[in-house]
Design a protein around this ligand. Structure first.
Ligand SMILES: Nc1ncnc2c1ncn2[C@@H]1O[C@H](COP(=O)(O)OP(=O)(O)OP(=O)(O)O)[C@@H](O)[C@H]1O
Length: 620
């Protein structure tokens, strides 16, 4: 919607001059820039479409939402256009940067209450607007709260927002596992009954804690552990002892948001009336207290980058461990997380490693929720995977096994939906020969897919290496990538890359790509718990179990491909071009994929293998 007096921003790259970098996300780099024709400083988010071609839906949604919204507390795009293989999104320049940036450079312990109240009130106004218009933001966090040079606050980043009014396949997107683990509501993780705008209220509560302490609860833990703690523990909150500096009304507000049952959380509208916001001040107040004395954004950003790079080098020298490096990215709060089930399993096996150093957050975390009433679905839902039935029977009381028990029960009750397509990954089943059964007529993936343009992805999140393996190697913990909180668990649909870890080929998870080929053959030296036997196993046998699983998965993929080919009616998932992106088609490739998967499940028996047989195979 164009306001009558609104300036027209040109849609030509030559009309802009890019200055310094002021921000960086998973998918984009943000620059300060000058718009020549109207002589205005703007921010330009540059997305390399070749690098994000597995997430065009998200980008399209973001651009669409950013140009339609109209609220002073939401960051609206002036315009967007494609230039070369980049998409430029031109938007107001928020000179103060994000709350996260400000905290990192000047307030590592968090802000004072009046500042928090002011930020939160503005964010809440944005949420009231979004929710009233049927949108769920799904990524509310300090990194997405921006402040301009006058102290005006805007909520940004609509890359994973969703519309409540969507129906059919679009509605499916509300049933996907998106968000950033530390900020993610339990029902988003669980996916038992879908979720709604109350998920934003949970993230809002977590953001309140983040602004209070300088970091989100559980942020020092890897995503797997965060999921586990979010599902199992009492909700985090402001501690009456530890957080003495905060008022009772603030503690009440946080407690109201962080209730596991979404129905019991207040709406954004109701929350805005909370007496805590009586502490909120004006923009001028933020300008005087927070912005005063801050270095220019570009300079701060450069310093933070240097600091983080130094830290990475230190960690690398210290540990020579990729985990440490990717954990840094995770802590940085990048909104993307490699939700890889292989990682999941390895994290599960080694989860005790992260239990050694309880800190203040464990006060939240260690109050294990014995009262199952508040644990969404934990007691009732059972996942129909073999791992659940093979529940741990080990008598060993070694450190970490209890956690593994917890993990198992959580996985047993874990969301069916996000794991539905993946639950076979947890199965410890027997494999039918090295290459699996020879399904006649089912082409090998290598027949139908080339290895993909691996080099174009070369970047910070990539793990590459020897790609000549015959079959995938399990991802050992040393290759785990905790990278970033989030979420966009998307399968590559439009190019040549393999869609999973099979074939030792390129694997895309979310916005990341890694190849199974780089996986070092070295495994952990410690013994691990084997859920299949209930006892300990050495890494070699674990490796072979994982290999079997991967081969099983390969078979399933071949079967599904076979069915797709035979049915011939599945949506065209192959190509989503830039033009499609800008035209905003009604149904995205991912959505069509979801739809086709749904159709696949409900379609009458295809010859020669039924969908039921496939599901049985997945479960076995
Ligand atoms: N309009 C703006 N003005 C100033 N800085 C901005 C602006 N937009 C974004 N930034 C900075 O750039 C960073 C990255 O931008 P953004 O979050 O949009 O990218 P992304 O790839 O979607 O990130 P994420 O990793 O959160 O998904 C932000 O955290 C913020 O610090």
């Amino acid at each position: 919607m164009m306001h009558p007096l609104e300036k027209r921003f040109p849609v030509n790259a030559n009309d802009y001059k890019l200055y310094e970098e002021v921000g960086e996300g998973v998918s984009a780099t943000v620059y300060r820039a000058l718009c020549f024709p109207i002589n205005e400083i703007v921010a330009i988010k540059v997305l390399d479409l070749e690098k994000c071609n597995n997430d065009l839906d998200g980008i399209r949604r973001e651009v669409q939402t950013m140009s339609l919204i109209d609220h002073p507390n939401l960051l609206r795009a002036h315009c967007s256009f494609a230039t070369g293989h980049n998409l430029w999104v031109v938007m107001p320049y928020m000179a103060g940067g994000s709350c996260l940036h400000i905290m990192k450079s000047s307030y590592p312990e968090g802000f004072e209450e009046p500042v928090i109240a002011t930020f939160l009130r503005e964010v809440l106004k944005a949420l009231v607007y979004l929710h009233a218009h049927g949108h769920i933001h799904r990524d509310v966090k300090a990194g997405n709260i921006l402040i301009d040079s006058n102290g005006a606050v805007k909520l940004a980043d609509f890359g994973v927002s969703a519309c409540m009014y969507d129906t059919g396949d679009r509605q499916q997107s509300r049933n996907t596992f998106v968000g950033t683990p530390c900020w993610m509501a339990p029902e988003v993780m669980q996916q038992l009954h879908g979720y709604d705008f109350k998920a934003d209220i949970w993230s809002f509560g977590i953001t309140a804690l983040e602004l209070s302490h300088g970091h989100a609860p559980f942020s020092k833990y890897p995503p797997m552990k965060v999921l586990l703690m979010t599902l199992q523990n009492a909700p985090p909150g402001l501690d009456y002892q530890r957080d003495k500096r905060f008022s009772k009304s603030f503690k009440d507000l946080v407690a109201a948001c962080l209730v596991k049952d979404p129905k019991k959380r207040p709406t954004s509208e109701k929350l805005l009336k909370h007496h805590f916001f009586k502490h909120a001040r004006s923009y001028d107040y933020l300008d005087c207290t927070i912005l005063d004395g801050l270095a220019p954004l570009g300079e701060r950003f450069r310093m933070l980058k240097t600091k983080e790079a130094d830290l990475l080098v230190q960690n690398k020298a210290l540990y020579e461990d990729k985990d440490q490096l990717s954990q840094q990215e995770y802590i940085k709060g990048i909104s993307a997380w490699n939700f890889n089930l292989e990682d999941f399993k390895c994290q599960a096996a080694l989860i005790q490693d992260y239990d050694d150093a309880p800190d203040s957050e464990d006060q939240d975390g260690s109050r294990k929720q014995r009262d199952q009433h508040d644990v969404v679905g934990l007691s009732t839902e059972k996942m129909s995977c073999e791992m659940a039935s093979n529940s741990i029977a080990a008598s060993s009381q070694e450190d970490g096994l209890n956690d593994l028990h917890d993990l198992e029960s959580s996985l047993a009750s874990f969301p069916n939906k996000p794991l539905q397509a993946l639950k076979g990954f947890f199965d410890i089943g027997k494999s039918e020969g090295v290459n699996g059964p020879n399904w006649e007529g089912v082409p090998l993936e290598s027949d139908t897919m080339s290895s993909g343009p691996t080099d174009q992805y070369a970047g910070k999140h990539e793990v590459t290496g020897d790609e000549d393996r015959d079959f995938p190697q399990p991802i050992f913990p040393s290759e785990r990538n905790y990278s970033g909180p989030l979420y966009r668990q998307r399968r590559e649909t439009n190019n040549t890359s393999s869609e999973d870890a099979s074939e030792g080929a390129v694997v895309h998870w979310g916005r990341f790509k890694m190849t199974s080929a780089d996986l070092s053959p070295k495994g952990p030296t410690n013994y691990m718990f084997n859920p299949a036997t209930g006892g300990s196993t050495n890494p070699t046998s674990l490796q072979s179990i994982l290999q079997q699983n991967t081969m099983q998965r390969e078979e399933i993929i071949r079967l599904i491909k076979y069915l797709e080919q035979n049915s011939g009616k599945l949506g065209d998932l192959t190509e989503v071009g830039i033009n499609d992106l800008l035209q905003i088609p009604s149904s995205s490739a991912r959505e069509r994929e979801l739809q086709s998967q749904t159709k696949l499940q409900s379609r009458p028996k295809p010859d020669p293998i039924t969908s039921n047989q496939i599901m049985t195979r997945i479960q076995n």
